[in-house]
Ligand binder design. Sequence first.
Ligand code: FAD
Ligand code: PYC
Length: 417
Amino acid sequence: MQRFSAFSLFRQGLDRQKGWKNQWRKPDPKPAYDAIVVGGGGHGLGAAYYLAKVHGIRNVAVLEKGWIGGGNTGRNTTIIRSNYLFDESAALYDHALKMWEGLSQELNYNVMFSQRGVMMLAHNIHDIQVFKRHIHANRVNGVDNEWLTAEEAKDFCPPLNIDPNVRYPVLGAALQRRGGTARHDAVAWGYARAADALGVDIIENCEVTGIRRDAAGAVSGVETTRGFIASQRVGVSAAGHSSVVLDMAHVRLPLESYPLQALVSEPVKPIFPCVVMSNTIHAYMSQSDKGELVIGAGTDAYTSYTQRGGLHIATETLAAICELFPQFRRMRMLRNWGGIVDVTPDRSPIIAKTPVKGLYVNCGWGTGGFKATPGAAHLFAHTMARDEPHPINAPFTIERFRDGYLIDEAAAAAVAH
Ligand code: FAD
Ligand code: PYC
């Protein structure tokens, strides 16, 4: 005999009431799109492109609250490398690096990928040990990385000051020769044009303000500043704001958002041949093809959504640059700006399904997601199309923070945060 407690009868009553309500509620409109991607940065536009190109899902909309590439994609210092420590990360970032190597051909758009080498400077015994550990781990994973003495580092980058009497002398460097830079906004435009040609709708000035779910709890569409748009498959790739968007579906993410800033000098003739990074003294630099010296700083110390960083951070970065490259002391800075990066506790990203059916997220790239753009987009499209992760992004779940399977890349993330 079935037995009912007072509580179960009460619950059944509630469920019946809900059923009545649902019966009379106007049904959601038929899905307008087979997939929606929230965020028109390189990751979101790229995901839409691969949904159409690789998975044949062409009825896709990219919703962007501002203009495409106006977020971190168009604000970053474009450093591309894959010298991360752990096996999971090596697979992820080298997947992306290999895709960069053919991206201009793939999109028929010159993204100006330039493998000029990325050099990370060591200034103390701790740096030396950490970099050598990375070099060995990278080589075991088939990722190129090599150790240079201070003199070899200067041969590779002649403007580098290796005077042993400075505050933080250069003791050596780790060099990834396959690393380099690309033209950041070309990446957004290239993916946008190629996705558009496959039938993707790119809708700018369209902010997602809510995520609607059906009676069973699955995604049924998004509320936007241009009205409701129905879809049973929604991927969020809204760097810096992912936790705000996911909160609309009551999904909590382990993210903190920080401003990260950069600045460029007046343009000069080619003088700086590679990328140099120094995490210890919080500065990194390269030269763009327009001739500007591109300089980046560490994150602000406090969480914030302002798209500008603290002035004292930029001042300290410039002091560090002047110590590393004294000949640039009299260069004038042309402009500076900031972006908002979302950072996970282990400094590795999340590319995953969420607990809500039909809702997916690609976030937590922190200070280092530009280098991942083609790889992240390709893997996110796979996850959205098949409703399961690709083997490469399978470890980058939300649940790893609950279960303790962290992928701690704090050292390889490199930028001070
Ligand atoms: P974005 O380009 O930020 O795109 C997300 C988009 O979502 C934005 O356009 C935003 O407007 C939109 N959006 C947000 N909320 C909503 C909403 N509610 N509705 C609709 N749209 C919404 N990485 C590297 O690998 N190398 C570097 O050298 C490097 N340097 C950096 C320097 C700086 C100063 C900064 C700020 C970042 C840097 N990064 C670097 C990190 C890198 O820029 C990011 O990880 C990467 O660009 C993220 O790409 P994305 O497409 O996910 O994000
Ligand atoms: O991830 O290499 C990086 C990076 C450099 C500057 C900002 N991020």
